[in-house]
Design a protein around this ligand. Structure first.
Ligand SMILES: Cc1cc2nc3c(=O)[nH]c(=O)nc-3n(C[C@H](O)[C@H](O)[C@H](O)COP(=O)(O)OP(=O)(O)OC[C@H]3O[C@@H](n4cnc5c(N)ncnc54)[C@H](O)[C@@H]3O)c2cc1C
Length: 416
């Protein structure tokens, strides 16, 4: 079976490795002309690590990233709201790995080339249009460096072309730009001699102003930590930013003033901001869930299918699971159509629920409740937000997002 994949991001490259592992040899078409390790930190949760382990990538990931052991939510005054173990410390059979997005992408790319051959990924081939035929699909490509770049006919086209997916636009032409909730994220990394919280994820503040930090690399020789950090600020008004603004360079000065007194024992937010490398500005955007991902011999995975707010660490994780589930069904079903129906049946509703739950702040909801009910440092948080309510929020999100420890450990990977 001839399979084309549009997009060499986390979803597209994981799909290529997963399809290869079950006997297919897909070809990946990527719009950019040269691969580059773009982005900052992302988290890969244990259910996606189960799938990377099945693909033989556990050691690679551990070498490049950090095993996260704990999650801590603090108020903007540094008071602890919630703390829970994460990854293997929480009893999962697989770790939670925090990693630089670009390094993960380059790692996956290297493994695709190693396993499928150097011609398995074609750069500067942007999917521009497609035609559905009876039992096949024809994809038309363009080159960013100049005009048309040929066409390919295949039994299946997998759209892994991200939040601005050309394939999604073809089937949902009136959808328009992604939806912005008026929160802007300033994202960067800082090299620290020591991170007081060790291999933990820190979330502080509330949905209008938040600071998030977690280590994505640890140098055993120097003891240095590369800390990924994000400052969220909500604007009072504003239009959805233009597409070209979505990954623009940000200025640390824009956030230093609002975070000036965010200092707690062992954590000095202004100091972390000042010691950052390049800062990127990114709007918090998603899209409404859609009723179908598959049309004839085309289907969508990852952000093309279900872009979601970066809340609850699920963007890359769900993309990996889509890729693995799709490869599994293509190998085990008795026809491509049955496989696509099984894939969509298993993944569409599940991911739509996460998109909607993230709009309601996902597990971060506990931070808003703490801010609403105990806005001042002297307020009695323990009475106003009982521990049982905090625990229920954390447990509910895990169930919806598929990483309840007992359920996750009991499930096998998508290996036929
Ligand atoms: C440059 C970049 C930086 C990012 N940085 C972060 C980050 O720091 N933190 C975070 O949480 N998430 C980040 N993300 C998003 C994150 O990678 C995704 O949410 C998640 O990993 C799902 O991945 P995906 O493969 O579905 O989409 P993406 O990672 O967006 O990958 C889509 C791929 O498709 C390619 N593409 C787009 N259009 C076409 C086309 N028409 N034809 C062929 N190829 C096409 C893109 O160049 C890209 O390589 C970033 C995405 C990108 C593209």
């Amino acid at each position: 079976m001839r399979i084309l994949i549009a997009g060499a991001g986390i979803a597209g490259l994981t799909a290529a490795l997963s399809l290869h592992a079950v006997g297919f040899r897909p070809i990946v078409f990527e719009a950019v002309s040269k691969p580059a390790p773009l982005g900052v930190g992302i988290n890969v949760l244990p259910h996606a690590m189960r799938e990377f382990t099945a693909l033989g990538l556990l050691d690679d990931m551990r070498r490049v990233g950090v095993d996260i052991q704990e999650l801590r939510y603090l108020t903007r005054y540094g008071r602890e709201i919630w703390r829970e173990p994460r990854g293997m410390a929480a009893g999962y059979a697989w770790p939670q790995i925090a990693i630089h997005r670009g390094e993960l992408q380059m790692l996956l790319l290297a493994r695709v080339i190693e396993r499928l051959g150097s011609d398995a990924v074609r750069f500067d081939r942007s999917l521009a249009d497609l035609e559905l035929n009876d039992g096949s699909v024809t994809a038309h490509f363009s080159s960013r460096t100049g005009g048309a770049a040929g066409q390919e006919t295949a039994d299946l086209l997998i759209a892994a072309d991200g939040i601005h997916s050309a394939v999604r636009r073809k089937f949902y032409p009136d959808e328009g730009m992604p939806k912005w909730n008026r929160v802007t994220l300033w994202r960067s990394t800082a090299r620290l001699a020591h991170f007081a919280m060790g291999p933990s994820m820190l979330w502080a503040g509330h949905s209008r102003q938040k600071f998030v930090a977690y280590p994505i690399r640890h140098d055993p020789e120097t003891g240095e930590t590369l800390l990924n950090w994000i400052c969220d600020l909500k604007a009072e008004s504003g239009e959805t930013p233009g597409k070209e603004d979505w990954n623009k360079r940000g200025e640390p000065e824009d956030i230093l003033a609002p975070f000036a007194d965010w200092r707690w024992p062992g954590i000095d937010v202004p100091e972390i901001i000042r010691s950052a490398g390049s800062v990127y500005e990114f709007p918090m955007v998603d899209r409404d869930p859609i009723p179908r991902w598959s049309f004839g011999r085309v289907t969508m995975i990852g952000d093309a299918a279900h872009p979601m707010y970066p809340i609850g660490s699920n963007g890359a994780t769900q993309a990996v699971i889509d890729a693995r589930a799709l490869a599994y069904h293509l190998r085990t079903a008795n026809s491509v159509d049955t496989a696509l129906a099984a894939y969509e049946g298993e993944r569409l509703e599940a991911t739509s629920r996460i998109v909607l739950m993230n709009r309601a702040q996902g597990p971060d909801k506990v931070m808003d409740l703490a801010q609403e009910r105990a806005p001042n440092p002297e307020d009695d948080l323990d009475t106003r937000l009982p521990m049982s309510e905090r625990a229920a929020i954390a447990a509910d999100y895990k169930k919806v997002a598929g990483f309840d420890p007992a359920a996750l450990n009991a499930k096998a990977s998508y290996t036929p």
